[in-house]
Design a protein around this ligand. Structure first.
Ligand SMILES: C[S@@+](CC[C@H](N)C(=O)[O-])C[C@H]1O[C@@H](n2cnc3c(N)ncnc32)[C@H](O)[C@@H]1O
Length: 295
């Protein structure tokens, strides 16, 4: 059998990916990074040990395992995160499986910048609303070492995944998982509510590449052109924010519809150096001021 190194496998795989019609919307944006993600993820190689890994020879059993996963990626269009069971967000590793969407929100960049300039001080209480596997709230907890975080999520399976991620990061003393339909099971005021809710319309879901069909539809779909859940969050968030609290919410490509619907509200759309769009910020005072318009 010819010798195959990690690097030669990645190079050939990147070429195959380039020649296929894959969609890269789940943590990478190109064929080479996708190949690295699959190979490093499968072999549990550390990105910190980059000097030794590329030249490492692959054992026969490793080659068979990798080949099987490559076929699943190419033939069944399963996203790499679900194949390797892990994903990275804000530089941290998370458990990842079809109980929740694969982490990819541009909100990661905001968290890395400690939410500056939106927050003037480190938040004491943070709510990650529609938390999925918990990547946003857990990353906040890691960025702000003194804060308490609630992860609120409707789906029981996603709550289980979030709990496993809380355990993975040894944060159970500061991060709680709450099963809640938006704010229904919540009570306390937060300094920061941060949310990546479902915002994709039924028609847009039907048009999405096959990769998205492996993700739970509850994580994607929102009625009323994608706006039903974001508007409900805008209507209710002020009741759960401290006086100087802030809501940060992603609505992705639903930005256009939301801006049109709320044309008299000065929505603050955040800019991202590393790509992504459709994330807005509103203070509690603004939410109160315009609450009559969030219909
Ligand atoms: C777009 S995913 C975001 C997951 C995670 N925050 C992330 O950024 O990767 C939206 C999540 O909202 C959850 N969800 C849907 N409807 C909800 C509701 N009414 N209340 C709470 N969570 C809800 C879904 O189960 C899904 O996990």
């Amino acid at each position: 059998m010819p010798t195959v190194t990690v690097q030669s496998y990645i190079d050939k795989l990147a070429l195959r990916f380039r020649q296929s019609n894959l969609c890269y919307g789940h943590g990478t944006d190109n064929a080479y990074d996708e190949a690295v993600y699959l190979v490093y993820g499968t072999l549990a190689l550390s990105f910190d040990d980059d000097a030794n890994s590329p030249g490492r020879l692959l054992a026969g059993s490793e080659l068979c395992r990798l080949d099987d996963l490559v076929e699943a990626r190419l033939e069944r269009r399963i996203p790499v995160g679900y194949l390797v069971g892990k994903a990275w967000f804000c530089g941290h590793q998370f458990l990842c499986d079809p109980r929740a969407l694969i982490p990819r929100s541009p909100i990661a960049e905001l968290i890395n910048q400690k939410l500056r300039p939106l927050l003037e001080r480190a938040p004491r209480r943070v709510l990650d609303l529609c938390a999925g596997g918990g990547c946003i709230g857990i990353s906040c907890a890691l960025r702000f070492p003194a804060c308490q975080v609630d992860l609120a999520e409707l789906c029981a399976d996603a709550c289980e995944l979030a709990s496993a991620n809380v355990e993975l990061h040894e944060l159970s003393h500061r991060v709680s998982v709450l099963r809640s339909d938006l704010f229904s099971a919540l009570a306390k005021p937060y300094d920061l509510i941060i949310s990546n809710p479902p915002y994709v319309s039924r028609q847009e879901i039907a048009d999405l590449p096959e990769e998205y069909g492996h993700e739970p539809v509850l994580g994607l779909h929102s009625a009323d052109d994608g706006l039903a859940l974001p508007l409900k969050i805008l209507r209710e968030a002020a009741d759960f924010l401290c006086a100087d609290g802030v809501l940060v919410m992603e609505v992705g490509y639903a930005r256009q519809q939301l801006s049109t619907r709320l044309e008299s509200v000065p929505l603050r759309w955040l800019k991202f150096a590393h790509g992504g769009e459709g994330v807005l910020a509103l203070t509690r005072n603004q939410l109160r001021q315009y609450e009559g318009l969030f219909n």
